[in-house]
Design a protein around this ligand. Structure first.
Ligand code: NAG
Ligand code: NAG
Length: 273
């Protein structure tokens, strides 16, 4: 293990402990995949979903999810980038299984973390710039609509996709044996922010949106991954996986997402930059 890797793992460890003291932690470090979900069926694609991968001596390791908002821009969570070396990050689009060949790999050139980001508090959102740009076929690789400003309330059906983590310890980079290989999908409903606060997520703000369902989702799969809704046939991104409770899959525990509609102007600026 190189010094950089060691420092990196140490940083992750500190993040996890700190988060645990708060009785919650970024979902990407929770040792489980999406709870209550199922494999995305063979032959089906989630064209806007990408896997964020970190290169180590052993190859590439999946560590977060993201979504495609322009050929060369990826939407993800701030906590998926903060402190990381962009030149060791890449994204893969157009895959269903993490180990499959094919798909398009693109290098992260830089990332922009929202200036108001505060871990486990607010604005857990970031945009990656990648090179080369992804080539869209709109079947396995394509855009997600991110700039709908409508405020989504409670009771709206939403679905989440991701590869998640299922390591027994919060160290995503030790090996890649324990990752679910096939993209998982899970559906549940949003809840109002008032209900979310009343359900234990007391610091939720208007920049966030919560969702929950019976015995599902509490591990939330991948941090940075897309929560979407179907608006009369158009799939729109509602949230970015931010955090959940340490204990996964409890009926009462909502998942907290960054509310994408709050950031639509900032995201458009990043896309146009
Ligand atoms: C980032 O990673 C690259 C490639 O591994 C390395 O050359 C560079 O020194 C790293 N930068 C920092 C700031 O660690
Ligand atoms: C994919 O969809 C975009 C619109 O979102 C369109 O401009 C583009 O031509 C489509 N590409 C293909 C290969 O169908």
């Amino acid at each position: 293990m190189g010094l950089i890797q060691l420092l990196f793992l140490t940083t992750l460890w500190l993040v996890a402990v700190k988060a645990r003291l708060n009785s919650r932690q970024p979902s990407g470090y929770i040792p489980s995949r999406i709870v209550g979900g199922s494999d995305v069926p063979v032959g089906e694609s989630v064209p806007y979903q990408v896997s964020m991968q970190y290169s180590t001596r052993g190859g590439y390791t999946h560590f977060c999810g993201g979504s495609i908002i322009a050929p060369d821009r990826i939407l993800t969570a701030a906590h998926c980038c903060e402190g990381l070396n962009a030149s060791r990050m890449s994204v893969v689009a157009g895959i269903r299984n993490l180990d499959e060949r094919g798909g398009q790999r693109s290098q992260v050139v830089s990332y922009a973390i929202h200036p108001n980001y505060k871990e486990l508090e607010t604005s857990d959102i970031a945009v990656l710039t990648i090179q080369p740009p992804l080539v869209f076929n709109n079947v396995s690789v394509g855009l997600i609509a991110f700039n709908d400003k409508q405020f989504v309330g409670g009771g709206v059906p939403v679905s989440l996709t991701g590869w998640g983590l299922r390591l027994p310890v919060p160290f995503p980079f030790f090996d890649n044996v324990n990752y679910p290989n096939t993209l998982q999908r899970m559906s549940y409903h949003t809840i109002s922010n008032d209900l979310c606060r009343a359900s234990g997520m007391d610091s939720v703000t208007e920049t966030e949106i919560c969702a929950r369902g019976p015995f599902r989702g509490a591990c939330s799969g991948d941090s940075g991954g897309p929560l979407v809704r179907n608006d009369n046939g158009e799939i729109k991104q509602v949230g970015v996986v931010s955090y959940g409770l340490v204990v996964c899959g409890l009926f009462v525990s909502p998942d907290v997402y960054t509310r994408v509609s709050t950031f639509s102007d900032w995201l458009q600026e990043r896309v146009d930059a």
